[in-house]
Ligand binder design. Sequence first.
Ligand SMILES: NC(=O)c1ccc[n+]([C@@H]2O[C@H](COP(=O)([O-])OP(=O)(O)OC[C@H]3O[C@@H](n4cnc5c(N)ncnc54)[C@H](O)[C@@H]3O)[C@@H](O)[C@H]2O)c1
Length: 251
Amino acid sequence: MKHVAVAGGARGIGGAIARRLARGAAKLYVLDLDDAAAEATVRDLRREGTGAEFIRCDISSQEDVAGAAERVRSASGRLDIAVNSVGIFDFRKGLMDTPEAEFDRIIRVNLKGAFLFSKAFVPLLRGEPKGNMVHIGSVNGVLAGTGLSAYKVSKAALHMLARCMALELAHEGIRVNVVMPGWVETPGERAWATDELAKDPDFFKKCGARSIPMGRLQTPEEIAECVAFVASEAASAITGALIPVSGGLGI
Ligand SMILES: NC(=O)c1ccc[n+]([C@@H]2O[C@H](COP(=O)([O-])OP(=O)(O)OC[C@H]3O[C@@H](n4cnc5c(N)ncnc54)[C@H](O)[C@@H]3O)[C@@H](O)[C@H]2O)c1
């Protein structure tokens, strides 16, 4: 029975990962800022028989992340799987139109948050058997573009952070991988597309048909299945990988 932590596990892709990894888990920790969504997820997991716990944590705060790691250490002692699914978006803006404060905020959450999470949670993976870490990157971290720019920069840097960390930890038997979604309908995406969805409820369906080689968006569950695979013993020699789950987008 595994002990698992999912940062950003309250909703969206992280919520699907939490639900998927809860299968067969003794304890699943949801680290998030969205109290209502996190409590609802934890309630669902408990109803299905998993010992789930919400730890309120801003991943970009060293104090919060260290406190969350300490809580996990005192309750579980060690972890099998630590997933970072936190990410914030800047849609539509190129770099020349991105205010400094917004650039800082995106880098602080998407990149520095991943750094703080890794520093605080890797020690929990050092028990026996060794645990592993998965970050949710993005195909936007490998595709240049004229919008979403600060986000693309943050995800490209997150990919490199994970690969450096994978090399640093390989000799200890601790694996670090990145799963890169392409385009997934989630609460975060729906918040961005409120105007478009008000005009056309099929907005995302049409986006998928137009811009994804497989003709549709991915589901949160499809991303979660890949995370479950790469975090499992079946992937015991995979580390430092950037795995697209994108319906062909960005390949
Ligand atoms: N949805 C997509 O199309 C898509 C595509 C590629 C990559 N991704 C990546 O997948 C991940 C999840 O995205 P999503 O679409 O599910 O987003 P979402 O906004 O629906 O969910 C993000 C979760 O992270 C939490 N969160 C945000 N800031 C936080 C912070 N500072 N500390 C702790 N928790 C915080 C939110 O409360 C939420 O529960 C992100 O890393 C995103 O960049 C998403």
